[in-house]
Design a protein around this ligand. Sequence first.
Ligand SMILES: Nc1ncnc2c1ncn2[C@@H]1O[C@H](COP(=O)(O)OP(=O)(O)O)[C@@H](O)[C@H]1O
Ligand SMILES: [Mg+2]
Length: 287
Amino acid sequence: MLDIVNITKTFGQTKALADINLQVGRGEMVALIGASGSGKSTLIQHVSGLMAADRGSGHVAVGGRSVQSGGAISRDIRRTRTGIGVVFQQFNLVSRLSVMTNVLLGALGRTPLWRSLALAFGDGDRELAMEALEKVGIAEKAAQRASTLSGGQQQRAAIARALVQKASVILADEPIASLDPESSIMVMELLRRLNQEEKITVMVSLHQVDYALKYCRRAVALCCGRILYDGPCENLTAEKMKDIYGLGAAGMFESAKAGARARASGPGAGIPVGGAAVGLGESQMGA
Ligand SMILES: Nc1ncnc2c1ncn2[C@@H]1O[C@H](COP(=O)(O)OP(=O)(O)O)[C@@H](O)[C@H]1O
Ligand SMILES: [Mg+2]
């Protein structure tokens, strides 16, 4: 479903991505982990076609359609992008528009230009949007301005927008980084449900390892633009985490793993999710 071949991206002296090769199958839910600055956002932007790789570098295809090749974004990217829902840490809703209109913006890719300029959506799209809002559990907020929603609700609206888009892939870049633990769980559970029930392929970058362990079977760990680990989450060892996040991370990881195990065996069990203890950041990089 996601085909990333020999992608390199250089910013000045920094190699944000160094010859990345990664394949994700249809229906997978993959966690992209790594310290701050490891290249997670850059990779997601390359897959969604928001950023072109270095000239002459590799190619990216999503669902068999080319996103970019040799450092040039594909010409029919607009059509390809309708199949790719992107969810950001900062929700990216238009705050003065209603939740409903924000969700309808997902239909823009298949709306004729004159209608999209007037934000004149058809009844079919409105129905679809209402259905999507129900799926994410905020149907009663449809008429409210987006700015009046809590962070968790805004993120769920952003996911509803991807559903209206009829995306077969959701790329979520740290979707829970700005949320409290309760909303984080809700958003991660929503992504998992869409993955399992709607067969949407999900790649989600996560700063906090415990969420990756709990919600994803496969983890891809980036470190300085390289893939340092790609495999089952359960095979991530403390030793590997030390390589990924630097010294000091291993102990935190053990407690995260224990927490994920405990939580899996009952609601409310285990360590508090999303605590500072397992937020791994810049300070650990290269420590
Ligand atoms: N637009 C940019 N200009 C210059 N450097 C950038 C830009 N975007 C990212 N970088 C650099 O590329 C590296 C990877 O960044 P990023 O993908 O944002 O990491 P992450 O999302 O894992 O925190 C970092 O060293 C960052 O400073
Ligand atoms: Mg990032």
